[in-house]
Write a protein that binds this ligand. Structure first.
Ligand code: SF4
Length: 278
């Protein structure tokens, strides 16, 4: 059985840099407090914990060691509170997330009502929303239908949104808004990974996506794969692989979410090799 690993499977550069910052800082300072999980992957969080990076849920808990702000971005009021407490801040915010923050502020500055296309309650969306006054967060075309008619609107999206969902929501907004300005803030690693998974799902008999079930972008990759190839499966680790998935398959395409570490992907590829040989 042929195994095709997507060229850019796994960590995007934003996550890789944030994880490296966490590890280097822990080595340098002995201990680092991380406000929330740095990436949505339990294995990475456990590895970081072993290196001295402790997850805390509030700034109060963070006192006593430098506090690391994660790749998805941190709400504006948390930044202010951390500064007010004179905490040492290690900024792991992905530059592409910071760019979304700047774009959305600019749209608000133009006097536009803000619509953020993204998942309700997702850390990155909460961070983007904190940059402006009273934005609308919309996750689906059905939710966009609920919005009132508006005159001037600025739209950005969460970096890991699916292009199809964003396009469908914009379609609805075009009917409701007179003056609409959309800044495409789906980040380029996400766009590239989504294109890769489409090609992978077309070319191979089976598709396996590696990543945590808490990771929005891993789940999106799996759902794109499944629309093209119904033999698409998501696994969190190699232990989730089922031998029957590969029955009579001649090829398997493997990809992974942006928060999946290289070792997990390698272990899954190795296990597929073993299953194929057996
Ligand atoms: S998914 Fe995109 S925006 Fe998010 S951390 Fe990775 S590169 Fe940055």
């Amino acid at each position: 059985m042929r195994i095709e690993l997507a060229k850019h499977a796994g960590y995007c550069f934003g996550v890789r840099e944030a994880v490296n910052l966490a590890l280097e800082s822990a080595e340098q300072h002995g201990a680092v407090h991380m406000l929330g999980d740095i990436v949505h992957n339990e294995v990475v969080v456990a590895q970081l914990a072993a290196a001295g990076v402790k997850v805390v849920r509030s700034l109060e808990e963070a006192a006593g060691a430098p506090v690391l702000f994660r790749a998805h971005g941190t709400p504006a009021d948390t930044w202010e509170a951390a500064r007010a407490q004179s905490l040492e801040i290690l900024d792991g915010t992905c530059p592409l997330v910071s760019k979304i923050h700047a774009e959305v502020r600019e749209l608000a500055h133009e006097g536009r009502t803000i619509v953020i296309i993204g998942d309700h309650g997702h850390d990155e969306v909460v961070g983007i929303a904190s940059q402006v006054e009273q934005p609308h967060v919309v996750s689906s075309p059905a939710e966009a239908e609920e919005l009132p008619r508006m005159r001037r609107v600025g739209v950005v999206s969460q970096s890991t949104q699916m292009l199809e969902n964003v396009a469908a929501i914009l379609n609805v907004l075009c009917r409701k808004v007179v003056d609409l300005r959309f800044v495409n803030t789906i980040c380029f690693p996400t766009r590239r990974n989504q294109e890769e998974i489409r090609e992978l799902a077309e070319r191979n008999d089976v598709v396996v996506i590696v990543g945590s079930f808490t990771s929005a972008n891993t789940k999106r990759l799996a759902s794109i794969g499944a629309t093209i190839n119904e033999r698409t499966h998501q696994v969190a680790t190699a232990a989730d692989l089922r031998p029957e998935w590969f029955a009579e398959a001649e090829s398997v395409g493997v990809s992974a979410g942006a928060s999946t570490p290289d070792e997990l992907i390698a272990a899954v590829v190795e296990r597929i090799r073993v299953l194929a040989a057996g």
